[in-house]
Design a protein around this ligand. Structure first.
Ligand SMILES: [Ca+2]
Ligand SMILES: [Ca+2]
Length: 260
């Protein structure tokens, strides 16, 4: 048994021990009380993971097994790593449920970027995030690299508007009750309300997703996506080798033929 799983086992048995001492009435009161329920639920379905090996950072189950954020200054190792060769993207789903548009962010992506201690910079693997109602038609959340020189890599989250993989992850789903969509969870949040595009078909797809929900999320390292402002792939950190996905969470609902 690894140290980590031993700790998890101890934690579970301790929770069980505490729970067994709590009078049932208090438990029921807590359930029906004022504490807001977590609204963000983790993606638990692997839809596409080309190049996954099943071992180490090629083990795609690490993208659906909970989020183990390393905090402001460290990256999680509980991640599935994309690369620029075979593991070019990852598609996750919600086992038939759909992401719905509610107040504020509806989706959060947890990668493993962190703030460096030695210099004023972040280590990041920027990610383009797309959603789809059917796995065939995709629409990216608006994103824009706004560095003064877009041919050079800028190691600050502010330069990467609308990308995932740029904000440290504070959430650890193994402890506590923090909503994955709470800003205190860290990671990068997205709002279906902001979907759109310049073309009519993009607008129509955005409207459809807002009305009926999105079934799938596709994550692609920005370094293999073309920046329309330069015509070249987005620049990357010299030592980056692809985004590392710890998990994805979303506000979910059941699919419906009726507009929401
Ligand atoms: Ca929203
Ligand atoms: Ca994980």
């Amino acid at each position: 048994m690894t140290a980590r799983s031993r700790i998890a086992t101890i934690a579970r048995s301790r929770i069980a021990a505490i729970a067994s001492r709590v009078p049932l009435t208090i438990g029921l009161a807590a359930l029906s009380g004022c504490a807001p329920a977590n609204v963000g639920e983790l993606a638990t379905e692997i839809v596409e993971a080309p190049g996954a090996t099943g071992a180490g950072f090629g083990d795609v189950s690490r993208a659906i097994d909970g989020v183990r954020g390393g905090g402001e200054h460290a990256g999680s190792l509980d991640v599935y790593s994309l690369d620029y060769r075979e593991r070019r993207h990852l598609v996750l789903g919600f086992e038939g449920r759909v992401i719905v548009d509610g107040p504020g962010p509806d989706l959060a992506v947890f990668e493993n970027g962190f703030r460096e201690l030695e210099r004023d910079a972040y280590f990041m693997d920027p990610v383009v995030v797309e959603v789809s109602p059917d796995g065939a038609r995709w629409l990216a959340f608006p994103h824009d690299y706004v560095a003064s020189d877009e041919t050079r890599y800028e190691p600050h989250p502010a330069a990467w508007e609308g990308f995932a993989g740029v904000t440290p992850v504070l959430l650890d789903t193994g402890r506590g009750e923090l909503d994955p969509l709470d800003p205190r969870a860290g990671g990068d949040a997205f709002d279906l309300a902001e979907l759109g595009g310049e073309r009519a078909d993009e607008q129509a797809l955005a409207d459809e997703i807002r009305m009926r929900g999105a079934r799938y999320v596709r994550l692609t390292s920005a370094a293999i996506v073309t920046n329309p402002d330069t015509g070249a792939p987005y620049p990357r950190d010299a030592v980056s080798d692809g985004a590392d996905i710890d998990g994805v969470a979303a506000r979910l609902g059941d699919p419906s033929d009726e507009p929401r």
